[in-house]
Design a protein around this ligand. Structure first.
Ligand code: BES
Ligand code: ZN
Length: 868
């Protein structure tokens, strides 16, 4: 099967020189003995370590990673002789230090001892401090976040994923504080007055990015599994009971993975710790997984979607305990392997634990669609991407690694079958335990397990999906009993489609469902393919949307599909796939807006949460066209009328024992009706707001909607009421809900208040993005926020240091829709320096281009349509 080589434009990520940041392999760490003493009052820490190393070649120099640490008392011991380093040379660019010795270190074993000091920072990376309160008293804990390459900010180390070693950790802490690390404590001994030393069991061989050290006031709930694994959910004082749901999910998930991977969980302890200040959602440190509070804790203020998210994140991080921790990527270019896989397994496990959630239908919207959108842009990148510069590592934790990664793994699992997939994994994990791998090792494992069924060329097939950017658009035509399929790369930016025509194709496992039943699956690995088929009423390609591609049906075929959609002869996933592609293909101009609006009528009777999510996307796109025109009002009425049947189905209140998907659908429907100012919904909001003012608790599932409705109505009293709620709660999910609603108040005075609040004392640094995204979700907010950023750049400086977060700030401007705005966004960030945000910026600019093109092409048509 020929996969054409594409001449790849130099990716945004590959500007740095290859290899330059790898450590020499002449010195290899074997074991670390670490003692670390954080000072929670002075916000500094000190430590000493001895690293047992294997020296391959005689040398006078040893280079090790270290960033923002002061190193001293460095010595090396070989046999009985100890020698102090003559010089320590710091290299800021490579985040390393070189120790220079007077005499050669002879090839063989040696012990390297280093003392060091550093600052407990507030960047949420390396060894950092997080703020919490006990009885109104402000306190700080010390905690770590090392992935990808920040272990070097805490301990001098060989900070590369393949430099695995074992670790024996001791933490020196005040007597009244708790200490947590990857393993269980083996001894607590007295240190100086008021201090104790907590020593932990030696870890298995592992990568530095998975280490964790925490010191603070903690409380926990726990349960020991039948196999003796001690599982704890750990929180700051006063919150441990909010860990019940997480404990239950963790125990079930642990059980499930042990059986699925056929390998016992490798440690005897598993802590899940909720940290008040945390940059990402969660981090899979081996045996000591850290979380944002919102991603772990559940109480009566949590909605169903909060619960589902917690379950998803737990199952994701637990998957890493095997895939990632036990078997680790050789280097960061294979990061996708970790993240794509865990992003797939999270659904497998949640589906097992909560079958009634029908969670796979959410995969389609949250991951599959997200990946198709991003990967349909010119500014995308291949899944497997060369990374050299440390700045680039952060950038590839994106929807391509996660969501496209998960989607192509799902495509493969469905192609080779669930059993061969599971067996391949078992083989891979057992074969490479405590070692490092590259992507190809996984394909080889699947090849081994699936060759029985004749599906041998997995590597070749998967290379096409992971080494090239983008994915195919399959066009399909039916004539006189023959189905003709064509493929070309899908690009959402108009014009490019034609120009790239025929330039590449993919090996696509293709399947279909038709009026005559299932028609099996085939490998479509040429430019064109034909099938002779008996006469069909209708035919839907990509059964259950397991493949990673879009389909463009001929007008005739598409119109025939309206019947199995409205009569629900097609599965939810199949119906979903049709509407998703129609929306995308209307954007590229393949279908006209009028045709799409008339086709979408057949979805009116839908009751599926994910399908409605997609219809709401279409509503938003069309809204963009009529915004500010005379037709805007009639458009709003059109949307509200369109939703009458689904509103009648969900109503305002929850039935006992209703399906979970109905609960989610209700929030979506009401939120949409709020957005389009449905009268009955807005007066219901006013009533709920009154209850809320009287402190009558609202069902957490509709709280977000009520708050958004209050913002839509937009009075000073409502703003004040929400702000008061914000200050009176310490529940982070509730705080975020309110923050998002505050951001939606549209008047300029609210926008300015919100912008002032962004980096003020009341919003944790990790949360300001929620407020910012909300402010930038509407036109005047976006303009004011950009103006504010330009004049108050210093306030954004801290954020711009935390690059993953900064990317999200940049992406918030993707809603701009004029060339002038595009130019000023580009000019502004280029002037400020784009290091670490190159990808986010190019995606944002392309998104603005898409908006411009969409409006240019369809505005007239939309206005005409809604004049009727
Ligand atoms: N390994 C990541 C955490 C991470 C992300 C570290 C970025 C360094 C940089 C973790 O396993 C993860 O993927 N977390 C996700 C949540 C998950 C459910 C998709 C996150 O934090 O968004
Ligand atoms: Zn992950």
């Amino acid at each position: 099967m020929p996969i054409k080589k594409v001449s790849q434009k130099k990716s945004q990520l590959s500007k740095s020189k290859p290899k330059s940041i790898r450590l020499s392999k002449d010195v290899i760490p074997v074991h670390y003995t670490i003692t670390l003493a954080p000072d929670l009052e002075a916000h500094v820490f000190s430590g000493t370590e001895t690293i047992d190393i294997q020296v391959k070649k005689n040398t006078k120099n040893i280079t090790i990673h270290s960033k923002d640490l002061e190193l001293f008392d460095v010595s090396i011991k070989q046999g009985k002789t100890t020698e102090n380093a003559k010089d320590i040379r710091y290299d800021d660019k490579h985040e390393s230090a070189t120790f220079v010795f007077g005499k050669s270190i002879i090839a063989g074993r040696a012990k390297l001892t280093i003392s060091f000091r550093g600052i407990l920072n507030d960047l949420m990376r390396g060894f950092y401090k997080s703020r919490y309160h006990v009885d109104g008293d402000e306190r700080f804990m010390a905690t770590t976040q090392f992935e990808a390459n920040d272990a070097r900010r805490c301990i001098p180390c060989f900070d590369e994923p393949a430099m695995k070693a074992s670790f024996q950790v001791s933490l020196v802490v005040p007597n009244n504080k708790e200490a947590i690390s990857n393993m269980l404590p083996t001894a607590v001994t007295e240190h100086s007055a008021g201090y104790k030393v907590v020593s932990f069991e030696k870890t298995p061989i592992m990568s530095t990015y998975l280490l964790a050290f925490l010191v603070g006031d903690f409380e926990y709930i726990e349960h020991t599994t039948k196999k003796g694994v001690k599982v704890r959910i750990i929180t700051v004082p006063g919150k441990k009971e909010q860990g019940r749901f997480a404990l239950d999910v963790t125990l079930k998930c642990l059980d499930y993975y042990e059986q699925y991977f056929d390998i016992p969980y490798p440690l005897n302890t598993l802590d899940l710790i909720a940290i008040p200040d945390f940059e990402s959602a969660a981090m899979e440190n081996w045996g000591a997984i850290t979380y944002r509070e919102t991603e772990l804790l559940i109480d009566e203020h949590s909605s169903l979607s909060n619960k589902q998210r917690v379950a998803i994140v737990i199952c994701h991080e637990l998957a890493h305990q095997w895939f990632g921790n036990l078997v680790t990527m050789e280097w960061w270019n294979d990061l996708w392997l970790n993240e794509g896989f865990a992003s797939y397994m999270e659904y497998v496990a949640v589906d097992h634990i909560f079958p009634s959630w029908n969670i796979w239908s959410q995969f389609l919207f949250s991951d599959h669609d997200r990946a198709l959108r991003l990967d349909g842009m010119v500014s995308t990148h291949p899944i497997e991407v060369p990374v050299h510069d440390p700045n680039d590592i952060g950038q590839i934790f994106d929807a391509i690694s996660y969501s496209k990664g998960a989607s192509v793994i799902r495509q493969l699992a469905s192609y080779i079958g669930q059993e061969a997939f599971r067996d391949g994994l078992r083989y891979y994990l057992k074969k490479h335990s405590y070692k490092n791998t590259e992507t190809i090792h996984l394909w080889q494992a699947f090849e081994k397990q699936s060759s029985k069924s004749g599906k041998k060329n997995i590597t070749k097939m998967m290379d096409a999906w992971t080494k090239k950017p983008g994915y195919p658009l399959v066009s399909v035509n039916e004539r006189a009993g023959t189905l003709t399929l064509d493929q070309k790369r899908f690009l959402s930016t108009s014009g490019k489609n034609e120009q790239k025509k025929n330039s590449m194709f993919w090996p696509i496992p293709i399947s279909f469902v038709a009026s005559i039943g299932e028609t099996g699956s085939y490998m479509f690995d040429t430019q064109q393919m034909q099938f002779g088929l008996p006469e069909l009423d209708w035919c839907k390609l990509n059964a259950d949307e397991t493949g990673f591609f879009r389909v463009a049906y001929s007008r005739d075929m598409l119109s025939k599909l309206s019947v199995p959609i409205s009569e629900k002869l097609l599965s939810e996933s199949d119906r979903y796939g049709i509407i998703r592609d129609i929306v995308a293909l209307t954007e590229t101009g393949e279908y006209t807006l009028a045709d799409t609006l008339s086709f979408v009528e057949c979805f009116k009777a839908e009751q599926s949460y994910s399908i409605w999510s997609e219809i709401v996307v279409l509503f938003g796109k069309v809204h963009m066209l009529v915004k500010g025109t005379l037709q805007e009002e009639s458009y709003k009425k059109y949307v509200c009328d369109f939703m009458i049947p689904v509103f009648d189905y969900v109503g305002f209140t929850k039935d006992n024992n209703e399906d979970e998907s109905k609960t989610l659908l209700r929030s979506l429907v009401l939120a949409t009706l709020v957005r389009y100012e449905d009268k009955k919904v807005l007066s219901w909001v006013a009533k709920q707001a009154k209850e809320n003012q009287k402190n009558i608790p609202l069902d957490a599932n509709i709280r977000g909607v009520v708050y958004a409705g209050m913002a839509k109505i937009g009075s000073d009293a409502y703003y004040a009421q929400l702000l008061k709620n914000y200050h009176s709660t310490d529940q982070h999910q509730e705080k975020l809900r309110i923050l998002s609603a505050l951001g939606q108040f549209e008047g300029e005075k609210y926008i300015q208040k919100n912008l002032k609040m962004l980096f003020g004392p009341d919003v944790r640094k990790q949360d300001s993005i929620y407020l910012f995204m909300s402010i930038t979700s509407f036109e005047s907010g976006r303009a004011s926020a950009f103006a504010y950023m330009k004049t108050n750049w210093t306030e954004f400086k801290d954020i711009s240091a935390a690059r993953n977060m900064f990317s999200s700030f940049v992406k918030s401007f993707g809603g701009f829709r004029t060339d002038k705005d595009k130019k000023s966004v580009k000019a502004f960030f280029e002037k400020k320096g784009t290091v670490g945000i190159e990808l986010a910026l190019s995606q944002t600019l392309e998104k603005i281009d898409q908006n411009i093109a969409w409006i240019g092409k369809n505005k007239k048509e939309a206005v005409m349509y809604f004049k009727k």
